[in-house]
Design a protein around this ligand. Sequence first.
Ligand SMILES: [Fe+2]
Ligand SMILES: [Fe+2]
Length: 262
Amino acid sequence: MHNSARIADPTVAVDPAADPAEAADQPQRGRERMILAQPIAAQGTGIPYDEKAKLQRLDSKTVFMMGDNPALPRMPKAPKLLDFFRLRFSEITYRHLLQSAKTALDAGQDEKVVMACLLHDISNGCLLRTDHGYWSAQLVAPYVSEEVAWAVRYHQALRYFADESVGFKYPDAYNDFFGPDYEPPEYIRQAHDEARRHRWYMTSRLITIYDVYAFQENWTVDPEQFTDLIGRHFKEPKEGLGFDGSASAHMWRTMIWPNNFL
Ligand SMILES: [Fe+2]
Ligand SMILES: [Fe+2]
């Protein structure tokens, strides 16, 4: 299962000795390990960014966390795509991606569309929400076809613009999220215009169509049913995601060890 019940308070320091399985091979064992929230998460929120106070607490018994956090489920040594779904993603993203892919599958869509739906909001799972289409595309680009990565990137912009020809209206949810008078910024308009003229437009547009119906509670989709599809459309590196030296390996490692100080 994914980790929604086990999310740690990021301001609390964790003692690795609390996890006996961890202690023996843990270089920081016996010390209090402090976690500093990511700077981008504290910006503008009023959440105190206690960098200075924590630096002042450093001593022989107190260090900054590096490596496995026992408050999070331990990832396999060579993690695969679905390990991130189960062990790292928030409950909402976990459900949303699986429901979106399942809806596309049941509608008889091409496998590349189902794959794009399964990945489209992946950065929201445990990395970054802001400009999520771009971050998500970058994360998966080394492992999927150029078309799937392109579709993931542009779905962010396409969500703001109706396409009557396929029955896509501006999402009601966006009126709730942003207010009914919200207007998307210029870079989003430009991305939409670019996408409309592109030969892969419909692949990205289809993501936005299966996106709409995919926030249901009480509907559990088993991730295992996508194993074969992932095998055909997502090149899992043999070293595991995070350890293959790809252009986005550091982003996968950041999700494995989200509390590393550096
Ligand atoms: Fe999205
Ligand atoms: Fe979505």
